[in-house]
Structures are given as structure tokens and as C-alpha cells.
Design a protein around this ligand. Structure first.
Ligand SMILES: Nc1ncnc2c1ncn2[C@@H]1O[C@H](COP(=O)(O)OP(=O)(O)OP(=O)(O)O)[C@@H](O)[C@H]1O
Length: 205
């Protein structure tokens, strides 16, 4: 299992954001993307997830079903309970047992609550638990620990550690140290020359 990025260019709204990105992540390895706000981490992750086409270069994965993505939105259905949300995703991905995901993110006591009634951190835990029921080997995570308290960050780090021990891969944008053994790639040197810029809006003044 390997995720390889070869001379990849990524863009937003047709404007290049990153160019010439090269890295490779092996089974059992976690990679953290760093760089200042607006440098292109989300754009890179969205491109790796197949949510937008590359601007150039290529992404090499063993098969198109290998990847699962957790972005800024939690991707949960508010009217369904916690258990029903996980059951839904488990069914989509071939009927995996949801118990390890409920246990892994300490969701058992919340299992019958409508997801819409959860706190921000609880919703985030549910959104991350979704990854476990997909059974997919490559986890792409954009700021996964936002809204999580210290105990929940540790639960998340544990889930990632077990995923890596099982031969999985994790690529994440994150600014916090989760106590994981990770390789860090700073995207700053890959910034495209034609950066996305905000046009001056006189009407605002
Ligand atoms: N929908 C959009 N349309 C046009 N430009 C966008 C859009 N979303 C983001 N951008 C621009 O693309 C560039 C890269 O943004 P991106 O969200 O990938 O950065 P980031 O490194 O993830 O930032 P942050 O650390 O703030 O989350 C920024 O200049 C941003 O303003």
C-alpha cells in the first residue's frame, strides 16, 4: 500500500495554488501537512481525495476506492442517531461492525441521541468515527482535532495509531502535536507563482 504524489499541481477556482508537489507515503506511515493559513493544505487534500481535478502531475494509489476523506464539515446526518449515522456509512462500505468505532471515539453513551443534538466536539468525534467504518486504508484528514478536548484528541490519536498498525496510511493537515510518530511536509516551498489573490473591493470601504 502506498500513496504517491508526482509533480502534482493543485488549483482553486482555476488559479494554481501549489506546483511540483512530490511525496510518497507508505503503509503504516502518517504524514502531516503544514504551512501558513491559505498556503494550500485543504486544496491539496481535496485534490488527493478526488473532489477536484489536479492542475498537473499525478496521484498514484492502489485503487480508486482506497481513500476516505474527513474535511472541515463533519458529514453527519442531523436527524439520524449516532448509531444510525455509523450504520449508514457501514452499509455504504460493505457492512463493517460499528462497535469498534463507537468504542474508539467514546460514543456508546451517545449512540441513541440524534446527531443534530450533539455538541461540536461530539459531532467531530462522530465525523471521525465514520472513517473507521469505511474500512478504507488511506485516511485524509483536514484539521481533524478542531473542537476536540484533550481526552478526545487522545482518542483520535489512538484511532490513527491503530489504523497505522493495521497497515493504513494517514495524511492530515494539523497544527497540533498529537504525540504520533509522523513525517512533516511543509507545503510552503510548493506555492505556485500565480497565487490566488483577493481583489481590492472599494465598495467595502
Ligand atoms: N472556494 C475558493 N475559491 C477561490 N479561492 C479559494 C477558495 N478556497 C480557498 N481559496 C484560496 O486558495 C488558497 C489555498 O487555500 P486552502 O484552503 O487550501 O489553504 P489552507 O492551507 O488549507 O489554509 P488554512 O490553514 O487557513 O485552512 C488560499 O489563497 C485561499 O484563499
Amino acid at each position: 500500500m502506498r500513496l504517491m504524489v508526482v509533480d502534482l499541481g493543485v488549483s482553486r477556482g482555476g488559479v494554481p495554488v501549489l506546483e511540483g508537489v512530490n511525496f510518497s507515503v507508505e503503509a503504516g506511515e502518517a504524514l502531516v501537512l503544514t504551512g501558513p493559513n491559505g498556503s494550500g493544505k485543504t486544496t491539496l487534500l481535496r485534490t488527493l481525495a478526488g473532489l477536484q481535478p489536479p492542475h498537473g502531475g499525478k496521484i498514484v494509489v492502489p485503487d480508486s476506492e482506497a481513500i476516505t476523506y474527513a474535511g472541515h464539515a463533519d458529514g453527519i446526518k442531523a436527524v439520524l442517531s449516532v448509531r444510525e449515522n455509523l450504520d449508514f456509512w457501514a452499509r455504504v462500505h460493505g457492512g463493517k461492525d460499528i462497535a469498534p468505532a463507537l468504542d474508539g471515539f467514546d460514543l456508546q453513551a451517545l449512540a441513541d441521541r440524534p446527531a443534530g443534538s450533539l455538541s461540536a466536539g461530539q459531532k467531530r468525534r462522530l465525523g471521525l468515527a465514520r472513517l473507521m467504518v469505511t474500512g478504507r486504508p488511506i485516511w485524509l484528514l483536514d484539521e481533524p482535532t478542531v473542537s476536540l478536548d484533550k481526552a478526545s484528541v487522545e482518542l483520535f490519536a489512538g484511532a490513527v495509531r491503530r489504523h497505522l498498525e493495521g497497515g493504513g496510511i494517514a495524511v492530515m493537515a494539523s497544527h497540533i502535536d498529537m504525540g504520533l510518530d509522523v513525517r512533516v511536509v511543509d507545503v510552503t516551498p510548493f506555492r505556485a507563482r500565480a497565487q490566488v489573490t483577493r481583489t481590492f473591493d472599494e465598495a467595502f470601504l
